[in-house]
Structures are given as C-alpha cells and as structure tokens.
Design a protein around this ligand. Structure first.
Ligand code: THU
Length: 215
C-alpha cells in the first residue's frame, strides 16, 4: 500500500506470466506517468476547492495524455482530472489504455477517484492499472476492476448481441485473448485450440463488438 519511495512493479520484480509482463509498466514508465500527471496538476483550474488534481493516461501505443480538474462557478459543472484526460484521449482517437496516474494531495492515505470517474474508466476496460500518487511521488498501485467491483460495463448493454455471438477462427496473441475475456466474460473455446509460447490458435464465439478486438 503506501510507499515512501516508488514501488517495485516492473516485470523484473513480479514473477508474472509472459502475457502479464507485456502489460505491466516498468518502473521508468510508472515514474514518467506520475511525472506527467504532476505536471498536468499544476494546470488545475480549481479556484473554489483549491484542490489540484492531475491525471495522465498511458495508451497502448505508448502515448501519454494528461488532464487536470476544471472547476466552474456553477459548481456541478466541474470536470475531474481523470475525465478531462479520458475526453482528451478519445478526442485524439485513443481508446486503449494501459494505465492512469492520478495525483493529488492525499496526506497519509491514498484516495481513489470519485464514482463518476471510476465509471468513466470502466467504459474503457477493467483490466488496466491505476496509480494513485502524491505530489512527493509516493504511490499506490491498483486496477480499474478493483476500484469498481461488480461494475456496470458496456458488456451488459450488448447482452443480446452476446447471446448470439459471432464465430472467429484464427491466431490471437494471448494478451489479446485475456483482454477479450475481460470484456465479454468466458466464451466457448472449441476443441481445435492450440497454444504455443505467444499465440493461441482458436475458434471462439464472442459478441461482434468484442470480435473487433481480434482483427
Ligand atoms: N476531483 C478530481 O479531479 N478527481 C476526482 O476523482 C475527485 C475530485 C476534483 C474535482 C474538484 O475540482 C476538486 O477535486 C475537489 O472536489
């Protein structure tokens, strides 16, 4: 939990599987992401709360996209740092994320994002990392799934489509498959499934929306 210096989370320290290692951030990536969120935090527009928050998203293609909270005299219009970052990312064509760093003054305990922001993160998957960080760079690592258990996610709205499913036969990277399973739950894998070190040859029934992840 609370760390006085950056936590060891890189592949070298994890004992993770190959597919997991591919997803984990290195120590350098974590530090860069936290630095980016700290820089964004300095731009926070928060004349009412005076509570600055910064966020930085790491996309699957390696870009970093930041956000800060933007308040309004009509208080309810305030936009949190996390949602600013997500909206900026989507506007730039980015929807696949590996991690988000969120920085704010948290005193002695790490505080997660508000409910609205958690729901916004879930929209883009459950299986990605969240770093809650302080201005002096202590941080706690968690995941979107842990921040919002039993969440309402896009999967539920595509239930009708999910029941029908579409067939896919071909080779997929195992981490792609893990992402697919995180999106649409366990699907029926057929007998002609072969695994080698990095790819899996499968026939799988899945919703058309999830099927797009495999192409
Ligand atoms: N805030 C965020 O930016 N992210 C959160 O997850 C929680 C709250 C901002 C909104 C507001 O500008 C200030 O923090 C105080 O609530």
């Amino acid at each position: 939990m609370a760390q006085s210096s950056p936590q060891q989370v890189g592949p070298s320290s994890s004992g993770a599987t190959l597919a997991e290692m591919d997803k984990l951030l290195t120590d350098e990536e974590v530090e860069r992401l936290i630095d980016a969120s700290l820089a964004a935090r300095l731009n926070a527009y928060c004349p009412y709360s005076k509570f600055q928050v910064g966020a930085a998203l790491l996309t699957k293609d390696g870009s970093t996209i930041t956000g800060c909270n933007v308040e309004n005299i009509s208080y309810g219009l305030t936009v949190c740092a996390e949602r600013t970052a997500v909206c900026r990312a989507v506007a730039e064509g980015q929807r696949k994320f590996r991690a988000i760093a969120i920085t704010a003054e948290m005193g002695n305990r790490f505080v997660g994002p508000c409910g609205a922001c958690r729901q916004t993160l879930v929209e883009f998957g459950l299986d990605w990392e969240v770093y809650l960080a302080t201005p002096d760079k202590r941080y706690m690592k968690t995941t979107v799934a842990k921040l919002i258990p039993d969440s309402f996610s896009p999967e539920w709205v595509t239930l009708g489509e999910r029941q029908e499913g579409t067939r896919y036969h071909g080779c997929v990277y195992i981490d792609q498959l893990i992402g697919l399973l995180a999106t649409c739950g366990p699907r029926r894998l057929h007998e002609d499934t072969h695994i080698n070190a990095q790819t899996l040859s499968i026939t799988i029934t899945c919703p058309a929306s999830a099927r797009k992840q495999l192409s």
